[in-house]
Design a protein around this ligand. Structure first.
Ligand SMILES: [Zn+2]
Length: 410
């Protein structure tokens, strides 16, 4: 915050006078007494160090700060060492500090050097390292529990402060594809409860990228309507995606989700084979096919087999033969459904058909389990416990996923 780090160190002597009545010698009682002492010591200590550094700075020819109005960094006069008070939240508690006002001899501008010395943003009451910690806790558990936990360890903060910290922390987090990781990923959506909208009214969409060392990282996050544009999910990544010869995207959506990226990047679509039998159960239900009836079993068992891909088959001829056989069987299933009048199932399978075998055809790693599915469980554990505003749900999820998958920490 404009303070020169070359500033000389100072030594301060700190003594304090404090009297407190303690009724017994149990650790609990001693700690309660200490918790009364803490705010006083903390405030006095910070104040003393601040004045010490303030004086040391004012004693230098070139000050470690400058006037915001005229840029002068040499000539200033002290107004007082005990200026207007200001509140700042530390990891222990709120402290009330007397600010240090100085006046610029160049232009007469008066300002406080308190936050410049503390290296926290002007006007801000909660420093970044503090709101990021609260933001992380608030994203990992409910606001009520977050408050309970931080209070247990001596922080006196309310739920609103934790909520605000989540919003602020989330604003600093952005996701995009990493050019150093694999050109492969998954996209999926999950329904979330939004205030004023019926259950499953909105969909939270996640785009994950595979990491070369195994596992996934988050490359995109968005909340929108069902079947609405997925463009926003890839928005930040367009430039990086252009750098890949091709990017294999596994998803249970159809290729329309990539409408917005057409012509810009080379993305190969692979239907998530893991999702297909799940989705099939839903469309069969829509078609009125009785669960576990012989018709139901016929379709499901065939789809299970078609969607089961053996990894590590590396003979091109075998792969071609396998795909040919799977396609034939899929056509049979579609024909069967057509005859039975299962219109939803037919529509679904016809729509999925073109993108079902892209990955094995191109001899890219075949896979049978969804990695994004795990990510979705991480999302749901936090968002399913409440009704949200769109921004509220997005922000909490951002921090949570950044922490679990992208190395964010506070
Ligand atoms: Zn000035």
């Amino acid at each position: 915050m404009g303070v020169n780090p070359r500033i000389n160190s100072i030594t301060i002597e700190f003594s304090c006078q404090f009297s407190v009545e303690i009724r017994d010698s149990s650790l609990a009682t001693i700690l309660i007494a200490f918790s009364k002492l803490l705010p006083q010591i903390l405030t006095d200590f910070i104040q003393k160090v601040l004045v010490g550094f303030g004086e040391s700075a004012m004693g230098q020819t070139r000050k470690p700060f400058c006037c915001d109005k005229c840029g002068n960094n040499k000539e200033f006069i002290w107004k007082t060492r005990h200026g207007k008070e200001t509140n700042i939240l530390t990891v222990f508690q709120w402290v009330r500090l007397q600010q240090l006002p100085v006046q610029c001899k160049g232009c007469g501008h008066k300002f406080y050097i308190t936050r410049k010395l503390l290296r926290i943003e002007p006007m801000k009451r909660i420093p970044a390292e503090v709101y990021r910690k609260l933001g992380l806790v608030g994203s990992l558990t409910t606001y009520r529990v977050a408050k309970k936990i931080v209070n247990m360890f001596g922080w006196t903060v309310d739920k609103m402060t934790i909520w605000k910290s989540v919003q602020k922390t989330a604003r600093e987090i952005d996701f995009k594809v990493d050019s150093k990781e694999l050109p492969q990923g998954e996209a999926d959506g999950t329904g979330i409860g939004i205030k004023g909208i019926a259950k499953r009214g909105k969909e939270l969409k996640v785009f994950v990228q595979y990491k070369s060392g195994g596992g996934v990282r988050i490359a995109g996050l968005d909340i929108g309507n069902y079947n609405s544009a997925w463009d926003k999910l890839f928005e930040n990544s367009v430039e990086v995606l252009k750098g890949f010869k091709r990017f294999l995207l596994i998803t249970d959506g159809d290729s329309s989700i990539l409408e917005g990226l057409k012509g810009k990047v080379k993305i190969l679509m692979q239907r998530c084979l893991w999702h297909i039998p799940y989705q099939a159960k839903y469309v069969l239900w829509q078609d009125g096919v009785k669960h576990r009836s012989s018709e139901w079993l016929q379709v499901m068992s065939e789809l299970m087999e078609i969607c089961a891909i053996r990894p590590f088959v590396d003979c091109q001829k075998t792969i071609e033969k396998m795909i040919e056989s799977k396609r034939k069987r899929l056509e049979e299933v579609i024909k069967y459904c057509l005859e039975k009048g299962y219109t939803h199932t037919v529509a679904y399978l016809e729509n999925a058909k073109p993108d079902m075998f892209t990955a094995i055809e191109k001899r890219l790693t075949g896979k049978t389990t969804s990695k994004v599915e795990r990510v979705m469980r991480t999302v749901n554990m936090r968002v399913n416990v409440s009704k949200w505003s769109t921004a509220g749900a997005l922000n909490v999820t951002k921090i949570r996923l950044a922490y679990y998958y992208n190395g964010f920490d506070a």
